[in-house]
Design a protein around this ligand. Sequence first.
Ligand code: PGA
Length: 259
Amino acid sequence: MTRVPVLAANWKMFKTTHETLAYMRELGVLVKTLDGGEVEVVVAPPFPSLVTAAEAARNTGVGVAAQNVYFEREGAFTGEVSAAMIKEAGAGYVIVGHSERRRLFGDTDQAVSRKLRAAISAELVPIACIGETLEEREAGKTDDVLDRQIRDGFAGLAPAEVAALIVAYEPVWAIGTGKNATPAEAADAHHHIRTRLGEWFGRETADQCRILYGGSVKPDNVAALTALPDVDGALVGGASLDVASFFKIVTGGLAARPK
Ligand code: PGA
């Protein structure tokens, strides 16, 4: 089963619209130089820059993601943004359940499940984030936490919907810390996730679903991670803010993919 790799930039709360435009123009030119091989390169800017990013990305092969979505269609939900609004802004993807959303803004697995369903209904590809904290890892609970996040977060999704979404395994202790998971740790977690997807949604679903690694991915460590058979790309925070650094991650990640 060949899965199209995904290299995604999660800017978090960085960059103005003006800065977004400059970055997207530069990235578009760089991505055009990639020869052969299918890849999805995705950038997730803050909400106010979605339209600008999507317009700049047109015809470049770069995709655009929102960093969050609210699950209701519309209503009195001050400060929230619906999936249809994101779609109309020109994005094709949305990050759901990032650990910062879970930790700082109270996103539960139940909220993640509703957000995933809202995203899928609006024909957005979700990038569903899961991962354990340091405390959970040290207590030997990594697999249990991943199981709960998948079981409750993906509740009610059809196998074909799970096959089409993107999972991002992001150990919380590796995010923004400069301490990435070792290839062995990532291999174990990714294998566990794919096995569970197979048990709960079927072998074919598990074979199709892309699982990205996230957490302190840098140009010099991406190859060791994307070389793993169950790692289908990366979700990159800090090292994606500089376009040259992100493009190095794209090329380094692609070159290391198992043939
Ligand atoms: P990081 O963030 O690359 O800065 O660790 C990854 C993420 O939060 O998606």
